[in-house]
Design a protein around this ligand. Structure first.
Ligand code: WT7
Length: 649
């Protein structure tokens, strides 16, 4: 970041936005009582939320058990997560309430009520049982953004099978790896889904993945794209055919509070993605709590829309489990924000009268680029609250969101959390917290945050490392198959506490400002991609001898992936071929924005690649002292090439 930037953001920091009287008078929370209650006894606070927000078929005997770093919540309690998301609303007479207003990219729509969602979920749970899936099994899901994705997840929850959803943009190789790591029995996918006016052929990619997945016995295929697919006899089944024959009743079986609900793979600093484990009672409690209070959900009147994909944690917690547990009505949209026009999102907001809107800074910056006139074409006056997630939101984007989407009246909740935390941890409460553009403000009630320095000492003001000081109900329970890596990754850097991997600073008023990752993890459009993973993908190409990957600041995507590559003798550098190779190895989201070919990489005398230096080069900063470099001329060459590179796509 340049100095001018820093001064800019200091200027912004002085702006404050107090919750309006109009918002406060109708808000679920408008004073500090929740914070006070939680600070007395956070375990008792969460226990109260668990009894208020979740229906249990058997009470727990111990609210929380903490054997650092392993936590259990609501021990001895039993519940069924799908019962909480479906049956209890139907039993309460809300069967006709809309769960999803589904909007397909081509413009087709479908209204799914809670009663219909329950019906399909029960049938599909029976389908899974019929395929031999039993409690404790893993089921992989590789789907477009259609209601069947949620149905598949809920059906797994109903019978105690853990789902592992893989984002539809990941490659066949990535899908194979995740299926094999989880040892999944069944894969649920679709023929294809719509994206920017075209079909992306999911089943085709899945077929490729399935060549290397010995544990998969059956594949269920939802017809969505209508594209041609090959169905393998005995293994592949059409969803609609199985559903037509399925028993409509599948009672919700009580599960232990600590029953594994799902695995979700995410990138870390080393090559292999980690299967983050989330369980049932604690996760559902915090998902429901945060969805209700951070978004000030009035379930009877609000229309909520989270634009994430179910393949990410945001989709799990804030499309499926949180909103459905709270009986919310939501919009689910299949496609991209610029099809058929750049105003698609605003057209949908107007069409369904969306009141609560949750999206990512990278999307907001894209909307800014498309121009103020796009949202201005539509009546957005139904909106009453806006949310942001995935990366730090820069003050300019915050202000634009506030003015052009929120009509200068909607509070904005900037929500910090991670795949590992399972639910929102740091965020304003919209009827309580005075916000500052760019600050996620404070830890939520029941959450312990602390900034520490390099040596773990408390930081009162200024920059430091963000840590979490106490267990929370939705916390990850481990990394699938690798308890040592769990301890090592999250609990070893600072003793007794969880290290998130993020830097942050505290201003004079005690507000938290997230500064991004401090490790070798990039944040591209709100998605975590590890530098090592992209490097391994590049090095697996026959032309590449060595590769170094850095995340460079990017005006739209937050960070952009920049690769420096040295070639093997006799090979020519082919940037496009390498970008495609990464897309095949990992998925399109991991394609480097630029690849620079260089005769050597800058290394320290001990042979470590100087990534920080490469990042400076990629971001066009002065290089300062490079005397530790084995070969300083390499850096000059790298810098020259970076300066010549085209500025933006
Ligand atoms: C990383 C977690 C949580 C769902 C989406 C991403 C960054 C997330 C914010 C925010 C600043 C944020 C952090 C975090 N991040 N939200 N509001 N302000 N940074 O989940 O893929 O697990 O990534 O996203 O760096 O560690 P994820």
């Amino acid at each position: 970041m340049t100095d001018a930037h820093a001064i800019d953001s200091l200027g912004w920091e002085r702006r404050t936005f107090v919750p309006s009287d109009a918002f406060r008078s109708n808000a679920l929370v408008s004073d500090h009582s929740l914070y006070e209650e939680a600070s007395q006894d956070f375990t008792a606070f969460w226990a109260k939320q668990a009894s208020e927000l979740v229906s249990w078929s058997k009470d727990w005997h111990t609210a929380s058990e903490w054997n650092l770093p392993f936590a259990k919540w609501f021990v001895g309690g039993e519940l069924n997560v799908s019962y909480n998301c479906l049956d209890r609303h139907v039993l309460a007479g809300k069967g006709d309430k809309v769960a999803f207003h589904f909007e397909g990219e081509p413009g087709d729509t479908r209204t799914v009520t809670y009663a219909q969602l329950l019906d399909e979920t029960q049938r599909f749970a029976n389908v899974l049982k019929g395929l031999g899936v039993v409690k404790g099994d893993r089921v992989n899901i590789y789907m477009p953004m259609i209601p069947e994705a949620a149905i598949a997840m809920l059906a797994c929850a109903r019978i105690g099978a853990a789902h592992s959803v893989v984002f539809g943009g990941f490659s066949a190789i990535s899908l194979t790896d995740r299926i094999n790591d989880a040892e999944a029995k069944v894969l649920i996918t679709a023929d294809g889904g719509w994206r920017r006016g075209e079909i992306f052929p999911l089943k085709h990619t899945a077929d490729e993945a399935l060549l290397g997945t010995p544990t998969i016995t059956d594949v269920v295929v939802v017809r969505r794209g209508g594209n041609e697919v090959t169905m393998q006899d005995g293994r592949d089944h059409w969803y609609h055919e199985l559903m037509a024959q399925a028993d409509p009743v599948c009672p919700a079986e009580p599960m232990d509070s600590e029953q594994l609900l799902f695995l979700l793979y995410t990138s870390g600093t080393t090559g292999r993605p980690k299967g983050i484990m989330h369980t049932s009672g604690g996760y559902l409690t915090q998902a429901a709590f945060t969805h209700k209070y951070v978004f000030d959900l009035h379930a009877d009147t609000d229309v909520y829309w989270c634009t994430a994909d179910v393949g990410w944690i945001t989709g799990h917690t804030y499309i499926v489990y949180g909103p459905l547990a709270n009986g919310a009505t939501q919009v689910m949209y299949e496609g991209v924000p610029n099809f058929p026009g750049n105003d698609r999102m605003w057209q949908i907001v107007e069409k369904y009268g969306v009141t609560l809107f949750y999206t990512a800074p990278t999307a907001i910056r894209t909307f800014m680029k498309w121009g103020d006139h796009e949202p201005a074409k539509h009546d957005l006056s139904s909106l009453r609250l806006l949310g942001s997630v995935g990366e730090p939101i820069n003050p300019e984007a915050w202000m634009w969101y506030h003015e052009h989407i929120g009509g200068s009246t909607c509070p904005i909740v900037d929500t910090w959390w991670q795949t590992e935390t399972g639910a929102i941890m740091i965020s304003p409460l919209p009827g309580v917290t005075t916000t500052k553009p760019g600050s996620a403000t404070f830890g939520l009630p029941g959450i312990g945050t602390e900034l520490v320095d390099e040596s773990g000492e408390h930081v009162e003001r200024g920059g430091g490392y963000l840590t979490l000081t106490q267990p929370w109900p939705a916390m990850l329970r481990g990394i699938w198959g690798d308890p040592d890596r769990y301890r090592e990754t999250y609990w070893s850097r600072f003793s007794g506490r969880y290290f998130a991997g993020d830097g942050a600073k505290l201003d004079d008023d005690g507000y938290l400002w997230l500064l991004g990752r401090v490790d070798d993890v990039m944040n591209v459009s709100g998605h975590r991609i590890s530098t090592t993973e992209v490097e391994s993908a590049l090095v697996s190409h026959p032309s590449v001898a060595e590769a170094a990957v850095v995340g460079a600041l990017d005006a739209t995507t937050g960070q952009a992936i920049i690769a420096y590559v040295t070639l093997r003798g006799g090979f020519e550098g082919d940037e496009q071929a390498l970008r495609n190779h990464v897309a095949v190895e990992i998925g399109s989201i991991a394609k480097p924005k630029a690849i620079y070919f260089t005769p050597d990489l800058p290394k320290t005398r001990s042979g470590k690649i100087m990534r920080r230096l490469l990042r400076d080069v990629a971001e066009g900063r002065n290089l300062g002292d490079t005397s530790t470099l084995a070969d300083a001329s390499v850096v000059n060459e790298l810098q020259r090439r970076a300066a010549e590179a085209p500025a933006e796509d």
